[in-house]
Design a protein around this ligand. Structure first.
Ligand code: SF4
Length: 249
């Protein structure tokens, strides 16, 4: 089965999925969309009001801002795959519950495996926690980390900047580094494929990769200090017609 077939199969399964209670209140499941061959994969938290209506990811105000952010990084939506950690809308845009995240996890894992993106961008705390369970977004945003062989870049959810305008410049600055991360990830992948050193890697070939490895580690800079585990925080899902309280940090 090729990647397009896997993506289509997952979309079909998500459309009729009843693995968690979110299926009870959804209008449309939102499996995600984009090409089956991508360099960039974006993972948000869950569908909001408009996404639930249309069955498409990031089509509300947060989606419009995401399009602006992509454009600022020289990327178009047509070039990337966009999905969420849960494929059905949590009622009232509440946070997804642990059992819902767990039930939906397999769909996301299959999408990642099929797409094999060069860089994964997480949007918000819950998608970041899928890869970096102990990270805190206030310090992890804008940074790239190797997780099981994939470069994961943590970003604030675009809705956070809509609800807190002072974050907009931070989000824009974080997105501006995406082309650089893609290029660096490609260089590291080339080194791994060829087994030969290049200008992009340290003098010695990279050591066996731990579960999580900072991009800066690979390029010789000191690793950041470990962070305290995140504390419970309010909702930061996609935008909705109903105002929601958002705090991502
Ligand atoms: S959120 Fe995921 S696991 Fe739950 S019903 Fe929807 S597709 Fe199934």
């Amino acid at each position: 089965m090729d990647s397009a077939e896997v993506i289509n199969e997952v979309a079909g399964q998500v459309a009729v999925c009843q693995k968690c209670n979110l299926h009870l209140s959804r209008k449309n499941a939102v499996p995600g969309e984009g090409p089956a061959q991508v360099e960039l994969m974006f993972i948000g938290e869950g569908p909001g009001f408009y996404e639930n209506e249309q069955g498409r990811p990031f089509v509300g105000q947060a989606g419009k801002f995401l399009d602006e952010l992509l454009a600022s990084a020289g990327v178009t939506r047509a070039e990337v795959f966009i999905t969420n950690v849960v494929k059905c809308r949590p009622p009232g845009n509440r946070d997804p519950l642990p059992d819902e995240l767990s039930a939906c996890r397999g769909y996301l894992e299959r999408q990642i495996e099929a797409l094999n993106p060069t860089v994964i961008v997480t949007l918000g705390r819950y998608s970041m926690a899928h890869f970096l369970p102990n990270a805190k977004i206030s310090s992890a945003h804008g940074k790239a980390t190797w997780v099981n062989g994939r470069l994961v870049v943590a970003m604030y959810h675009p809705a956070a900047a809509l609800h807190q305008p002072s974050l907009k410049e931070t989000v824009l600055a974080d997105f501006s580094h995406l082309p650089e991360f893609i290029q660096q990830a490609k260089k590291v992948q080339q080194v791994r494929t060829s087994g030969k050193p290049s200008a992009a890697e340290p003098a010695a070939a990279p050591a066996p990769e731990p579960a999580q490895q900072s991009l800066l580690d690979l390029f010789g800079a000191p690793a950041p200090a470990p962070e305290a585990p995140p504390s419970p925080q309010p909702d930061d899902g996609d935008d909705d017609s109903t105002p929601v309280q958002l705090s991502l940090f």
